[in-house]
Write a protein that binds this ligand. Structure first.
Ligand code: GLY
Length: 557
C-alpha cells in the first residue's frame, strides 16, 4: 500500500517528505530555543515572512515571559548575525556597571569579598541591555512591525501558558529564596505547590511589555518602567539610577573570525571572552588527529583539557571590556603564541594548573543563561545568548513591573584572584568601573563552510559555555555527529582552576577514566553541562539540535 502510494507522487516530493520525516530536515527556517512556547512564537514570525532578526526579537521577549530562569528584559546578551550573503555583525547588549559602581564595592573594611553581595542584593545588578539590544537589532535588520514582535510575549504573559515539569520543580525549589528576597511580592509564588500543566499568568509583566511595545526603548529606559526600576533599586540601597538607564546603549562590534580546517568561525568579540577563547581552543587542537583518536577517548580528552587549561589561564588575565581595557586579541590568536602555550604539554602526565599560573578556587555550580539559534527562509542566521547571570538572576523582582533584575555584577572581578560564582578568577582587565561591561563567557557563534552557512550554535553554562560550544563544533566536524547527537553528547570541561576535569556522568568511559587518572587528571562528575541549541545546514535542509538536558525545543518548516 505504502509503495503504491509513493509511486504516484513526483520523486522530488517523495525525497523531500522522506528526508523531513527521518532526518528532521526543514528547508525554510528553524528556531531552537529553551522553551516550547517561545519557539512557537519564533517560528510563527518566520512563517509570517519575518526574517531571523524579527524572530529573534520575538523570541527574546517570549523567553522573558516563558523562561524567567534566564530569558529576560532585565539582563543582557550578545547577538552574532550572518546575512544570507555572508555579511557578519555582532551586537553587544551586555549590562554595564552603574555610574556609582567602584572597584572595591563588594569588599569589607578588611578588604575581603562580602559573600553574596554581588549576587543576591540590589547592588548586584548591572544596567540592563536587552531591551535596547532588541530595539537596535530591529532598527538595523527587522522587517516586521516592532509592535507585532512584542505582542506575542504580552499575550503569553496576560493569558498565561502551561508550565513544564522541570519549570514547576524549579519554582517550588526557589520559593523560599524568592519570598525572602521579595517581601510582600508574589511573583512566581503561590501558596500551593506548582505542578506540570499549571497556568502561569504575569499581568505586571504584560503591562511592562505593553510599554515596550508602544514606546520602544523609551518604554523601558524612561517613563513608568524606569521609575519602577529605580524605586525598586532604592529599596535595597542599590546603584542603578535614571541617568544610568537613559545612558545605556548597546554597541555594534566587528565579529572575531577564525578558521578551523577550512571552516570559518564567526563569533563574539570582547567583552565576551568566549569568541577568542573558542578560537584559541580550536587552533590549539587543529593539528592533532582527533578524528582518528575518537570522541571522548583518552588522547582526545587529554589534548582538549590541556588546551582548555591554558586558554582559561589567559582568560583570567587578558580579557575585559575593550572600551576600558586593551584586550590583546591579535597576540592571543597568533599561531606562534598558541604553539608556545601548548609546547609544555606532555603525554607523560597532566600539567598541573599551578605550573601554568597560580590561583585559588571556590565552587561553581549555577549555569543559567539561555541561547537561541534561528535561520530564516532567505538564509539569514542569528545566534543570541542572553542572561540574568544566575538562575533567575538576583531573584529580585521590580515591584509593579513583574520582571527580574540581573546579578551580572558578579561577572566582574570583585577582587584579583578571588573566584566568582563560576570559579573564574580575574584581575585588572575585568575590575569594576562605572560604565564598564563585565566580562562574559557567552559564545554565540556561526560557522561557515565554503562561503555558505554551516552551523548556528551557542549555549548557557557560565564558565562552561566556551568548552560546550567548542565540543559541539568538533562533534560535528571531527566526529561526524548530526546536530541532535552533537548537542546531546555528554560533555566535559576544564577551566584551569580548579585543576580538575568536570565531566557529565557517562561522558568518559571507565577505561578512559582509568587512563586519565593514571596520568594525574582529577575527574569530578557533575550534573548537566550546558544546554546547547543549534542548527546545522545540510544538503537535506536544516537540522536542529535542541538540548535534551532541558525543555529546549526545535521547530522548523
Ligand atoms: N553571566 C555569565 C556570562 O556572561 O558568562
Amino acid at each position: 500500500m505504502i509503495l503504491a502510494a509513493l509511486f504516484f507522487v513526483p520523486l522530488g516530493c517523495v525525497q523531500k517528505r522522506l528526508v523531513t520525516n527521518t532526518r528532521g530536515g526543514y528547508y525554510n527556517g528553524m528556531v531552537v530555543c529553551a522553551y516550547p512556547d517561545a519557539a512557537k512564537v519564533g517560528i510563527d514570525i518566520l512563517k509570517k515572512g519575518g526574517n531571523a532578526v524579527d524572530a529573534a526579537v520575538a523570541v527574546q521577549f517570549a523567553l522573558a515571559v516563558s523562561y524567567p530562569d534566564a530569558g529576560n528584559i532585565g539582563g543582557g546578551g550578545f547577538m552574532v548575525y550572518r546575512s544570507k550573503t555572508g555579511e557578519t555583525n555582532t551586537l553587544d547588549f551586555r549590562e554595564k556597571g552603574p555610574a556609582g559602581a567602584s572597584a572595591n564595592m563588594y569588599l569589607d573594611a578588611a578588604g575581603n569579598v562580602i559573600p553574596n553581595m554581588s549576587l543576591y542584593t540590589h547592588k548586584a545588578s548591572g544596567v540592563p541591555g536587552s531591551v535596547d539590544g532588541m530595539v537596535q537589532a530591529h532598527q538595523k535588520y527587522g522587517k516586521i512591525k516592532w509592535a507585532d514582535l512584542v505582542q506575542p510575549a504580552i499575550d503569553l504573559a496576560r493569558n498565561g501558558f502551561k508550565i513544564t515539569k522541570p519549570f514547576a520543580y524549579e519554582l517550588n525549589h526557589l520559593k523560599a529564596q524568592i519570598e525572602k528576597l521579595n517581601p510582600g511580592k508574589t511573583y512566581l509564588i503561590k501558596d500551593a505547590e506548582w505542578h506540570e500543566g499549571d497556568i502561569l499568568v504575569q499581568e505586571d509583566l504584560a503591562k511592562t511589555l505593553e510599554q515596550i511595545r508602544d514606546k520602544g526603548r523609551e518604554g523601558f529606559y524612561d517613563g513608568i518602567v524606569a521609575d519602577q526600576i529605580v524605586a525598586e533599586i532604592k529599596t535595597g540601597d542599590g546603584l542603578i539610577s535614571k541617568a544610568d538607564l537613559q545612558n545605556y546603549h548597546s554597541v555594534w562590534r566587528k565579529a572575531v573570525i577564525g578558521n578551523y580546517k577550512g571552516y570559518k568561525i564567526i563569533t563574539m568579540p570582547p567583552p565576551s571572552s568566549g569568541g577568542i577563547a573558542l578560537l584559541q581552543l580550536l587552533q590549539s587542537v587543529e593539528k592533532y588527529p582527533l578524528k582518528r583518536w575518537g570522541y571522548n577517548q583518552d588522547s582526545t580528552v587529554r589534548l582538549i583539557v590541556e588546551a582548555e587549561r591554558r586558554v582559561y589561564a589567559d582568560r583570567s588575565k587578558y580579557f575585559g571590556d575593550p572600551d576600558f581595557y586593551k584586550v590583546p586579541v591579535d597576540s592571543l590568536l597568533k599561531p606562534a603564541y598558541i604553539s608556545s602555550r601548548m609546547s609544555n604539554f606532555s603525554w607523560d602526565a597532566a600539567t598541573p594548573s599551578s605550573s601554568i599560573q597560580p590561583g585559588t578556587f571556590a565552587g561553581y555550580e549555577s549555569d543559567q543563561t539561555t541561547h537561541y539559534s534561528i535561520v530564516d527562509h532567505e538564509g539569514n542566521a542569528v545566534s543570541i545568548t542572553t542572561t540574568l547571570n544566575d538562575s533567575y538572576g538576583s531573584k529580585i523582582f521590580v515591584k509593579g513591573a513583574g520582571f527580574l533584575l540581573n546579578n551580572e555584577m558578579d561577572d566582574f572581578s570583585s577582587k584579583p584572584g578571588v573566584p566568582n560564582m563560576y570559579g573564574l578568577v580575574g584581575g585588572k582587565a575585568n575590575s569594576i568601573q562605572p560604565g564598564k561591561r563585565m566580562l562574559s563567557s557567552m559564545t554565540p557563534t556561526i560557522v561557515e563552510k565554503d562561503g555558505k552557512l554551516f552551523m548556528v550554535v551557542g549555549t548557557p553554562g557560565g564558565s562552561t559555555i566556551i568548552t560546550s560550544v567548542f565540543q559541539t563544533i568538533i562533534n560535528v566536524i571531527e566526529f561526524g555527529q548530526d546536530m541532535q547527537q552533537a548537542v546531546a553528547s555528554k560533555r566535559f570541561h576544564h577551566q584551569w582552576l580548579p585543576d580538575e576535569i568536570a565531566a557529565e556522568k557517562g561522558a568518559l568511559d571507565s577505561l578512559t577514566t582509568i587512563k586519565l587518572q593514571s596520568k594525574g587528571y582529577k575527574i569530578n562528575n557533575r550534573r548537566g553541562i550546558g544546554r546547547v541549541d543549534a542548527i546545522l545546514k545540510t544538503t537535506q535542509g536544516y537540522q536542529g539540535g535542541a538540548d535534551p538536558r532541558g525543555d529546549d525545543t526545535k521547530l522548523g518548516y
